[in-house]
Ligand binder design. Structure first.
Ligand code: NAP
Length: 254
């Protein structure tokens, strides 16, 4: 990916949802930059295959954890600190969606599942990491949100609400944690080529419809998101906090 980053060597990163998709690519690039990386996911088999693929040796810790479960989050951060001694950056990459209809027809259980993984999980990780970083008097938090946070779209209503909540959490945390030299930002991509959105981009009719609204003429690759996340976690972004960087190929301007 080229040597674009500033000072990631030996930094300790917790990347939630690192077993596939964007999170896996963030972990891969971090290891290439000689950072220490902790990834988590709900499913052990996904973590095992990520571990085999990444070959991170002693610089990689892969732990099963559901980010919306407080005890799992505590266990994850305790293990990260025990192994690497500190946490320099948290990347809240976990995200999921389920098929939903109109909000007024939605069951409470569906609302809770989507809010839990996308918003409550991010809150629990920020809370735990924020306390550790406050003691260290330094840290970075970067959350992956979505352009679904910025406009209403069918099937993405609860997901978009959760991501919009994460962007507001980013502003509040940026303000609260700035005195302790902790920067908090978000990255909001449009459709990215991962398994998460495959049902859409693999359908040529849907793909063409989506790309019609993207001036750069394609959907995002995971790498497009990785670059911005790592920039925000690097020394290059030391005076940026409370921002959401939109990675949408120009959609917002047309
Ligand atoms: N792909 C897109 O088009 C797109 C567009 C805009 C924004 N985003 C955002 O980008 C981020 C990454 O998406 P992606 O496309 O890489 O998704 P993905 O390929 O589905 O990967 C999601 C990762 O998160 C883990 N995960 C999901 N729920 C979890 C939970 N509650 N606790 C712990 N781990 C959990 C998954 O593993 P397990 O299933 O084993 O838990 C997996 O490792 C998400 O925040 C997503 O909302 C994606």
């Amino acid at each position: 990916m080229g040597d674009l980053w500033f000072g990631l060597e030996d930094r300790v990163f917790v990347v939630t949802g690192g077993s596939r998709g964007i999170g896996l690519e963030i972990a891969r690039e971090l290891l290439r930059q000689k950072a220490k990386v902790v990834i988590c996911a709900r499913k052990q088999d996904g973590l095992e295959s990520a571990k085999n693929e990444l070959q991170g040796g002693d610089s990689l810790l892969a732990l099963q954890a559901h980010v919306a479960k407080e005890e799992d989050v505590n266990r994850l951060f305790d293990a990260a600190v025990e192994k690497f001694g500190r946490i320099d950056a948290l990347v809240n990459n976990v995200g999921m969606n389920l098929p939903t209809g109109a909000l007024v027809e939605t069951e409470l259980g569906m609302w809770q599942k989507i809010i839990d993984s996308n918003l409550t999980g991010t809150y629990l990780c920020c809370r735990r990491a924020g306390k550790i970083m406050r003691e260290q008097k330094t840290g970075r938090i970067v959350s992956v949100t979505s352009t679904a946070a910025h406009r209403a779209s069918p099937g993405m209503n609860i997901y978009g609400i959760a991501k919009a909540g994460t962007e507001m959490m980013t502003k509040n945390l940026a303000s609260e944690l700035a005195p302790d030299n902790i920067c908090v930002n978000a990255v909001a991509p449009t459709m990215v080529k991962t398994g998460f959105s495959e049902p859409f981009w693999s359908n040529s009719e849907i793909y063409d419809m989506v790309v019609k609204n993207i001036p750069l003429g394609r959907i995002a690759e995971p790498e497009d998101v990785v670059k911005v996340v790592l920039f925000l976690a690097s020394d290059g972004a030391s005076f940026i906090t409370g921002q959401t960087i939109v990675v949408d190929g120009g959609s917002a301007v047309i």
